[in-house]
Design a protein around this ligand. Sequence first.
Ligand SMILES: *Cc1c(COP(=O)(O)O)cnc(C)c1O
Length: 369
Amino acid sequence: MKIPMLDLSEQYKTLREDILGVLDEVMTSSQFILGSNVKKLESSIAEYCNVKHGVGVANGSDALHISLMACGVKEGDEVITTPFTFFATAGAIARCNATPVFVDIDPVTFNIDANQIEDKITAKTKAIIPVHLYGQMADMTKINEIAKAHNLYVIEDAAQAIGATHRGHHVGELGDTATLSFFPTKNLGAYGDAGMVVTNNDDLMEKMRVIRVHGSKPKYHHHVLGYNSRIDEMQAAILNVKFPHLDEWGKKRRKIASRYTEMLTGKVAGQLITPVESKDSYHVFHQYTIRVEKRDELQNHLKENGISTMIYYPVPLHLQPVFSDLGYKEGDFPQTEKAVKEAISLPMFPELKEEQQQYVVDSIVKFFQ
Ligand SMILES: *Cc1c(COP(=O)(O)O)cnc(C)c1O
C-alpha cells in the first residue's frame, strides 16, 4: 500500500464541476483583481471567524508582513515569537527590519510557552506573534493578559488553524489581527498562493487595505509605502466553492486524529507521544504530529513501507543560518530543540480512509516490535 502525506485529488473530484464553473465565470467577466469573489470571500471568512473584517492578500507570509506594517513595526523594534514554526513567521518580522525575539515552546502543545514571554519583553518590544501550530491555538488568554499589561500588539499566525478555537473564540477574535494562509496544503487550500488577514480593528483594516495596493489612496496618491499583495479573483472563486465544506473537513480531520490516537495508544503506549488537545482548545488537526525518540529511524521504516511522513520542522528558526546575526546558539531553547528531533507528522487529510490509517498504525507497531 502507498499512503501519501496528503492527497488533494480526491477532493478535487467532488468539486470539479463547481470549480470549473466559477473559473469560467471569472474569465467571462474579465474582472481579475479585487472583484466580487474577493469581496465575498473576505466577508464569509470574517463572519466565520466572528470578526468584522477580512483583507485578502497574496499569501500567508504577506498577511504577517502586512499586519506588522499596519501595526507600525519598523527598524529597531522587537517582536516576540516561537522558534518552532515555519520560516515565514520570523521572516515577516525581519522583512520589517525588526528583530525576532524567540521564546521556547510548551512541550505538550508545541506552541509558544506563554509563561516565558514576559522575561523577553524590553522597551523595544512592539508585538507578539503566537503561532497556532498544527491546528491548535496557543494560550491566547495568557498571551493577551501579557500584551495588555505591556501595551503590545498580538498578531496570531493562524496559517494552520482556520476553524480552531480557544475557549470558544475563533482565530482573529482575540488578537489584533490573525493571518491565514490558503496555500494548497492548508486546511482551506487554494489552487495556488493566497492569504488573508482577519481583524476586528477598523483602523488596522483600513491600513492593510491601502498597503496591499501600494499604499495608494486615493488611487495614484501615495502617503504610505505599500506593495502589490492581493488575492486574485480566480483563487477567491475557488475558495468560495471550498469554504462551505471547511467545517465538515475539520470534523473529518478530528475523527481521523482520534482514530490514530485510539489505535496507537493501545498498541505502542510508552513508545511514542500522541497529540494533546488542551482543555481550552478545539483542535483542527492541520497536522497529526507524534513524538518519537527514534524519529528518523521510524520515518525511514515508514518510507520503506510506502508511507509518507513529514518533519515540521527540522531546523528551529534560532539556528537558521540567515538568523545567525541574532546571536542564538544550540541549547538556547531546549524544548524546541527536543521537538525538532522527535516530532513527526503522519498522513492527514479529510479523505484518508480507515484502512489506510490501519496500515500506517500497523507499520508503526511493527517498527517498535
Ligand atoms: C504556511 C504558513 C505560513 C505562510 O503561508 P504562505 O501562504 O505559504 O505564505 C506562515 N506561517 C505558518 C505557521 C505556516 O504554516
